[in-house]
Design a protein around this ligand. Structure first.
Ligand code: FPP
Length: 243
């Protein structure tokens, strides 16, 4: 497939809410876990395509803090899937020079998943071509509260509490904010995702269910993003002509 866009038109950071695995499975008479398996296949292809296009930061919302409320067997199968994904993908991540990073509270995750994550994060630490963030047991509000707590622990005076100081204490410290957030399956909300970082993100919603979100769907989203006039609160005149 043709890379559709000039690199300057691509998001530097692309974040996704991979929604609709359950409905995809239900429509086929499959179990929800089978839907997540199909979602993992889609995630694998998605990451490979982003890497090929040269997108430097990709974030996948794999498990929210609120997802603990799902049936126990679904939660267990999700973590098992993630563990297998990490095992299977390590060589590919290394070959593609991708660094894995986790956004979220790892302490509450099952031991084997935690171990697989720590191993993959350590092994891929030198990856330079792309950062792949997995949001796991993630909550945007909780992330902000933790950053605030750390500013207090670090002894910052009120005048030192700045947006920059807070951003440096988020899970995404050192990374650009997401330029584009994609949500699949027709839901029109952010569900506690990257709440501090999304201030000026472009949002793209599609009815396509996550397991069906293929390279053509990604190209469509990126082409749409390339038409957006990003003004960051300024007037069109202040921004000047777009290239
Ligand atoms: C939402 O679909 C999806 C999730 C809660 C989990 C996303 C996880 C994966 C795609 C698999 C693991 C990913 C990696 C990268 C290893 P849903 O279950 O809410 O679908 P529904 O709204 O149709 O029920």
């Amino acid at each position: 497939m043709e890379p559709p866009l000039h690199p300057t038109e691509l998001p530097r950071h692309l974040a996704v809410i991979m929604d609709g695995n359950g409905r995809w499975a239900q429509a086929r008479g499959l179990t929800r876990s089978q839907g997540h398996t199909a979602g993992t296949t889609a995630a694998r292809a998605f990451v490979a395509r982003c890497r090929e296009l040269g997108i430097g930061h990709v974030t996948l919302y794999a498990f929210s803090r609120e997802n603990w409320g799902r049936p126990k067997d679904e939660v267990e199968s999700l973590f098992e899937l993630m563990r297998r994904f990490l095992d299977k993908e390590l060589d590919t991540l290394l070959a593609q020079d991708i660094r894995l990073n986790v956004l979220g509270d790892m302490d509450a995750l099952p031991l084997l998943t935690r171990k697989a994550l720590a191993h993959t994060v350590a092994r891929t630490a030198k990856g330079r071509a792309m950062v792949l963030n997995l949001a796991l047991n993630y909550s945007g509000r909780d992330e902000i509260v933790r950053a605030a707590r750390r500013m207090v622990q670090d002894g910052l005076a009120p005048a030192q509490i700045t947006e920059q100081a807070l951003a440096e204490r988020l899970y995404t410290a050192g990374q650009p904010d997401p330029d584009l957030i994609i949500r699949t399956s027709g839901e029109l909300r952010l569900s506690n995702y990257l709440l501090f970082q999304c201030a000026y993100s472009e949002l793209y919603f599609t009815p396509t269910l996550w397991p069906d979100f293929d390279a053509a769907e990604l190209d469509k989203a990126l082409a749409d993003y390339a038409t957006r006039k990003r003004r960051f609160g300024k007037t069109a005149e202040q921004i000047g002509p777009t290239p």
